[in-house]
Design a protein. Structure first.
Lengths: 111, 113
């Protein structure tokens, strides 16, 4: 089975900090995604990548950036964390049209 | 208007009931449809996928797609307490790259003993 691993389950950061969320997948998938999930708003796409060093903005990229230096690793960066970025962050990978495989999520709290 | 609409629930049913979960969508270009299940404090997991109108069965689960009405459903037969979770519909356009999914907001289901 494909495994998508997110480095942290829970994080607490201070306003203004630079935050790195790491995601690693083990099935050589080309496509990787970062979503945030909020009650009532569902899953919203932040950024995605369809190849190494390639990235595309999703629906809500403001305040975020990403890095994909290796195929298996896709990092989400919060340049200067703010309280409205408190959320559940989900990473996913996909190798075709058979749906995504998600990680377990990182619950980030910005205080 | 959102591209994909899904009733958030919560939906509470007794064990053994038949559950119907539904999504409507506005973009007729969507071709590929999926249902995900998400347990509390976990990431979503793929339950079923289909790209044609009609029904697809997998055990106690049936996915139904009606492209003419832009309506998809997930039926759960003989529901169990272990089915208690949030169910998300998702859909995509087959463009050959990127494979972006558009998700519904999810329906919270509770199956009670």
């Amino acid at each position: 089975d494909v495994k998508v691993t997110q480095s942290s389950r829970y994080l607490v950061k201070r306003t203004g900090e630079k935050v790195f969320l790491e995601c690693v997948q083990d099935m050589d998938h080309e496509n990787m995604f970062w979503y945030r999930q909020d009650p009532g708003l569902g899953l919203r796409l932040i950024y995605f990548s369809y190849d190494v060093k390639m990235k595309e903005k999703g629906d809500i990229p403001e305040g975020y950036s990403v890095s994909r230096e290796k195929k298996e690793r896709f990092s989400l960066i919060l340049e200067s964390a703010s309280t409205n970025q408190t959320s559940m962050y989900l990473c996913a990978s996909a190798g075709g049209y058979y749906g995504y495989t998600f990680g377990s999520g990182t619950r980030l709290t910005v205080v | 208007q959102k591209e994909v609409e899904q009733d958030p629930g919560p939906l509470s049913v007794p064990e053994g009931a038949i559950v119907s979960l539904n999504c409507t969508y506005s973009n007729s270009a969507f071709q590929y449809f999926m249902w995900y299940r998400q347990y509390s404090r976990k990431g979503p997991e793929l339950l079923m996928y289909t790209y044609s109108s009609g029904n697809k069965e997998d055990g106690r689960f049936t996915a139904q797609v009606d492209k003419s009405s832009k309506y998809i459903s997930l039926f759960i037969r003989d529901s169990q307490p272990s089915d208690s979770a949030t169910y998300l519909c998702a859909m995509t356009i087959l463009t050959g790259g990127g494979n972006k999914l558009t998700f519904g907001t999810g329906t919270q289901l509770k199956v009670e003993l």
